[in-house]
Design a protein around this ligand. Structure first.
Ligand code: DAH
Length: 363
């Protein structure tokens, strides 16, 4: 091929560059300066950077045309060169401008996203509170602690010895029946009464001893409005020289005064428990009506507090206490039962369902 046939005319070169510029113009106009989201602006900035590569990069049409200058008549090369340069500058300028605007809107969008409106009201964290049974237990503990009682906490899984035998309930004794509980194959059972702690406490501390033991107990009961297979009792035990029934009556009298008010009366009804002799059921005058009868006391004027009595000598002996030297009284009260009465709950199971809409009322 001769030089002549291959020779370029500056007009052709300029017209090709014009076409390229036209394409560039269309493409860059399609990219908006600002747009809604930060993500959109970032995407557009990337598009602009690609345009720079496409129209000014090493493989761009402009670069190809620049190489062709060599094949132009030397006299006219300057004209072609300056044309290419002008287009190059214009494209560069427009890309720079576009980039700057997009970077600005990205910066603005970022600031907006990261800004914190300090005038928006804060969200308050939900504050927890104690369960009504815990509140009740603490009130009971406070009263007995102020009377000089220690608070004992003991195991919920027991052997027959602590749950029955040591409490003067030998195997085959009918008193085991209503306290049927949950047994394991290893000879352990869930305690059916907190009376078990009487034995542990006397074994640990010897006599004299004054303690209460609040805690969970378990029985094989079908749940209904007044029964639950798991419930709470508080056991009380006072063993010393010369303790009599008068001490028992005085102590429980003082307890109900402090819990329900000084006008509250108590009443002791003869009863039977294997671990006490004599035994008594304790009632207190209704905290709501004070006697005449109302819905809460089921129209009797009295509410049952629990069982009590003078500790049976067999129990003292089973726990290693000298029954000739020491006497004592004991009592067992239902915490959830009392709780349900005070709050007028028709169904004791409400206390164990853990429905926050119910529990929230006891903050
Ligand atoms: N343990 C008995 C029960 O669960 C309650 C009880 C009665 C406890 C008399 C005592 C007591 O300490 O003296 O039914």
């Amino acid at each position: 091929m001769s030089e002549d046939t291959n020779q370029q005319r500056p007009e052709d070169l300029i017209s090709r560059i014009n076409t390229v510029y036209g394409n560039f113009d269309r493409e860059i106009e399609l990219i908006p300066d600002t747009s809604g989201s930060l993500e959109d602006s970032e995407k557009h900035l990337l598009e602009v950077r690609n345009l720079r590569i496409k129209y000014l990069g090493k493989k761009s049409e402009l670069a190809i045309q620049r190489k062709l200058i060599r094949s132009i008549d030397p006299n006219r090369r300057g004209e072609a060169g300056s044309n290419i340069q002008r287009f190059e500058q214009t494209i560069n300028q427009r890309i720079d401008d576009k980039e700057r605007t997009l970077k600005n809107s990205i910066e603005k969008a970022r600031l907006e996203r990261e800004s914190i409106d300090v005038t928006i009201p804060g969200r308050r964290g939900r504050q927890g509170h104690l369960h009504p049974i815990t509140l009740m237990r603490q009130r009971i503990e406070d009263i007995f602690v102020s009377l000089g009682y220690a608070v004992e906490d003991d195991r919920e899984t027991e052997t027959d010895f602590y749950n029955f035998d040591a409490l003067n309930i030998p195997e085959g004794h009918p008193a085991r029946d209503p306290q049927d509980t949950f047994y394991t194959t290893e000879g352990f059972a869930l305690r059916s009464q907190t009376s078990t702690v009487q034995i542990h406490a006397m074994q640990r501390r010897g006599a004299p001893v004054r303690m209460i033991a609040p805690g969970r107990v378990f029985r094989r009961d079908t749940p209904d409005p007044t029964h639950n297979p798991m419930f709470f009792q508080v056991e009380g035990l006072c063993v010393d020289r010369g303790i009599t029934m008068a001490h028992l009556k005085g102590t429980l009298q003082e307890f109900v005064h402090r819990l329900f008010g000084p006008e509250t009366r108590t009443r002791f009804r003869p009863s039977y428990f294997p671990f006490t002799e004599p035994s008594a059921e304790v009632d207190y005058s209704c905290f709501n009506c004070g006697g005449p009868g109302c819905r809460i006391c089921k129209w009797s004027g009295w509410i049952e507090l629990g069982g009590s009595g003078m500790v049976h000598p067999n129990v003292l002996r089973a726990a290693g206490v000298d029954a000739e030297e020491f006497t004592g009284f004991a009592f067992g009260l239902g915490i959830d039962r009392t709780c349900a009465r005070i709050y007028e709950l028709d169904d004791i199971r409400l206390l164990f369902e853990n429905d926050v809409r119910f529990l929230e009322q006891f903050r």
